[in-house]
Design a protein around this ligand. Sequence first.
Ligand code: AHR
Length: 531
Amino acid sequence: MFALTLALVAAASLRPVITASPNPPASAANTVAVSIDASKPGAKIDRNIFGQFAEHLGTGVYEGVWVGPDSPIPNTRGIRNDVVAALKAIKVPNVRWPGGCFADEYHWRKGIGKTRPATLNPNWGGVIEPNSFGTHEFMDFIGQIGSEAYLSVNIGSGTPQEAAEWLEYLTTDQPTALAVERTANGHPAPYKIPYLGLGNESWDCGGNMTAEYYTRQMTIYSRFVRNFNPAQRDTGKMLRIAVGPGGGESRWTDWTETIMKAWQGHQWSWDMEGLSLHNYTVIKWPPAYASVGFGEKEYAEILQKTLEMDGLIAKHSAIMDKYDPQKKIALVVDEWGAWYAKLPGSPEGFLAQQNSQRDAVLAALNINIFARHADRVRMANIAQMVNVLQAMILTNKEKMVLTPTYHVFQMYVPFQDATFVPVTFDAGAYTQGGITLPRVDAIAARDAAGKVWMAVTNVDPNRPATITASVAGLTPRSAAGQTLTGPRVDSVNTFEAPTTVAPKPITARVQDGAVTLTVEPKSVTVISVQP
Ligand code: AHR
């Protein structure tokens, strides 16, 4: 019998000890002993790791969010009511907009005022961009869902002046010409812009820049693109997020080194508060794996791939630690999720895919990874919010359906801003073909009210797992929550059958201070433990 310790121990006090042993014989007990130490609080799990990303891409914004005020689809000032209600329920902390690659070709002036020019969206199908969803519509949308804005400014094809004027237009309370124009366009009060992305993938679609060239550009934007909102002057200052790496190879570690080194020696005149990381779960390029109609082999392959997120974060965090041991700069995973082959019949460049129970498991595994790195990973944005890639919501005209990934985000709401607490368990192993994965994964946290929450993912699609959890620092009296699974690994929700994968209540047994519950194969479960 061997035990395989997973490399998950960057900050030992915060991180769980997880061991994985090979599949036990069918007769062996399927019990996993979990120790939660609520007396040893770790870092805060920043609610911003549950951020969303909405790019002008396919039907992500047009149709998915914006239908226009004259649409027969129920809307408020052009923004669909059903989508707003669904997003409100998952307490979206921030939305990254307008891209993505789109951001580096976006010129904000075309998206304000009464007359909007039609332009092109060359990145995504070469379709017409009507510019009807612009700055004010985005800020209205943010307000309707109770979220916050994460704007990406155009470094690729724009100028520092253009970006600086956008921020002045949005944030000044002085009667400048731009503020007067904002007022004429219906918003006298300055907007709050808490997060600003300085470019997007500047090493690729954002302009094919070298790390040195990007750093020079970024420092100029950092200097001149100011937030003037008086409410953000002393507290709630805008965080500037520089373009970071897109992988783990030396090209990417060099990128992180270059920017972090520049930051360590930075002058008073520029600064940054975050460095982005983009990492999609994708096998082969262009993406060839199907989002629906796959089997256990592809299930295991994709989940193996997604677990690379942990090593990638650890690698870039280690470089950041060299230049920023106090962890002032956040690592912002502002594009993550599964990227599959486009749905048959869907337009080129629209990145339309289905969302299955595999994606629910994938989402939970990634959120758990972010939570374990909570001291450095303080923001993340799944790609993308509606109708694109690993979406929360799919729409078709007046119809809307919530995906399995949506349900995971809803179940994990209690983890927003909760305090990470260490968890120890023997993960066991799930083997499929030549792939061995940890059979279960778990995290725990304590919320502001003192309640302890545990999330358990049973990766194994064939065997249930019985979890027995002890909680040091708390005497449990009851435990209950929600669990999510589907009939198959590729089960999806459709407009015709919207609840094939839907959360259902689960109650744990509490006896002698231990919490016991059995979780179904390929499931995600979140329970609260009541003292
Ligand atoms: O999310 C789709 C695209 O993926 C984004 O526009 C880009 O930043 C990334 O390559």
